[in-house]
Design a protein around this ligand. Structure first.
Ligand code: GAR
Length: 216
């Protein structure tokens, strides 16, 4: 399965996917990294690893989001991409693109969905006094941060946490969770049935990626 990672910045989740794909036994290869910003740090990091990396800046499309995504779609077709992994891609996708790639786009989000959709998830988790936080990988639907959940990892909230400390522990789990979830999808072990993800019997139990003490 040929995968494209969409990024907008740092690209640490993209690198975690790239590490997993470097294993010859892994059922996916990272064929392309795309960004809506030519300045995204992750583009240079991908190129250092020999991965094709392109920017398709959204600004020249002057607010025509679908035109921007048609340009992206042409690149995905050219590169024979099978699956898109959103990895810190900070733009909402249009219904046109989401439906064209239905069940072929997955996203990582830094919360235990359906809690804390959107931005500033760590600060919001702390504000509510949540005892547990974490991250989720899900198939993408038109509504932001919605769609069938593939896998989640749980992080306990500590009394002394601030958004940065909590976010760092969640990010460490993201780097484990996303390759795990991509493996489930690319191997066919995770499939969408009626807007839920069904894991076939041989799939790793989700508990395998939820260490009880929240450490790596
Ligand atoms: C990650 O924490 C990811 O979960 C989040 O952006 C960060 C990107 O970091 N994504 C979202 O908030 C999307 N709703 P990275 O560029 O180092 O992977």
């Amino acid at each position: 399965m040929r995968v494209a990672a969409f990024i907008s910045g740092r690209g640490s989740n993209m690198l975690a996917l790239s590490d997993a794909c470097a294993d010859p036994g892994f059922p996916a290869s990272l064929a392309l990294v795309l960004s809506n910003s030519a300045e995204a740090q992750g583009l240079a990091l991908a190129r250092e690893r020999g991965i094709a990396a392109e920017a398709v800046p959204h600004r020249p499309f002057a607010g025509d989001r679908e035109a921007h995504e048609r340009a992206i779609d042409a690149i995905l077709t050219r590169e024979r991409i099978d699956l898109v992994c959103l990895a810190g891609y900070m733009r909402l996708l249009t219904p046109w693109f989401v439906e064209r790639w239905r069940n072929r786009i997955i996203n990582i989000h830094p919360s235990l969905l359906p809690a804390f959709k959107g931005l500033n998830t760590h600060a919001r988790a702390l504000e509510t006094g949540a005892r547990w936080h974490g991250c989720s990988v899900h198939f993408v639907r038109v509504a932001m941060d919605e769609g069938p959940i593939i896998a989640q990892a749980i992080v306990p909230v500590a009394a002394h946490d601030d958004p940065a400390s909590l976010g760092a522990r969640v990010l460490a789990q993201e780097h484990r969770l996303y390759p795990h979830a991509l493996g489930l999808v690319a191997s066919g072990a995770a499939q969408v049935e009626g807007e839920r993800v069904i894991l076939r019997d041989h799939a790793l139990p989700p508990a395998a990626i939820n260490p009880p003490d929240g450490r790596k």
